[in-house]
Design a protein around this ligand. Sequence first.
Ligand SMILES: Nc1ncnc2c1ncn2[C@@H]1O[C@H](COP(=O)(O)OP(=O)(O)OP(=O)(O)O)[C@@H](O)[C@H]1O
Length: 212
Amino acid sequence: MLECRNLTCVREQRVLFKQLNFVLCAGEILYLEGPNGVGKTSLLRLLTGLSSAYSGDVYWQQEKIVEQRESYYQTLLYLGHKSGVKPELTALENLQYFQRLYSTQANADLFEALLMVGLVGYEYVPAAQLSAGQQRRIALARMYITDCKLWILDEPFTSLDRQAVKALEKRLVEHAEKGGLVVLTTHHELSMPESAYKRLILSAPTEEELYV
Ligand SMILES: Nc1ncnc2c1ncn2[C@@H]1O[C@H](COP(=O)(O)OP(=O)(O)OP(=O)(O)O)[C@@H](O)[C@H]1O
């Protein structure tokens, strides 16, 4: 279970959001919505522990993430704006690199993962020579080999064509059906049934809430 308790985020003395609370249980997808600059990426970074809240805490399995960083990171797959793909490595080498650094399925089949994201024929091509969408697909192939329970995804659909978006949505639902948790932000309207996810809409603070 992932939980935010009274989370307040301040950047450059401006409040982005105040006293935010939510709970996400096993098997749930949270779709974080809001206009540009409202604080979606900032919230995701708080959930990953990459940045700190002004006040409030993030809990994983009832314990503050700051008090269990090592085990939390073993359970977390984070895909940020920058996909973390190494341009000098091939598609396959990128997955091998990921496999060495992070928690992956014991029988992970890297070729199968590349097949699932439509990169057959590009296994041995350096990422630098691939298109933006293909590089994004390398990053997304991690979702087919990871055994992390919690996925935090910042704009995962960026640069993807319609078919890849559909496949990715299907993957998110499969993960949730197996008891995984997903938090994602996107400006793309999800096509999965509304019953498949929860929405959290971030809105700009009022005039009185703007400063701490
Ligand atoms: N490290 C930082 N230092 C100063 N300001 C920051 C920092 N990170 C974010 N901000 C500011 O916080 C606000 C929210 O940024 P954030 O990236 O969280 O928005 P967002 O909702 O994800 O936007 P978008 O939809 O455009 O991706 C912006 O005004 C941004 O300039």
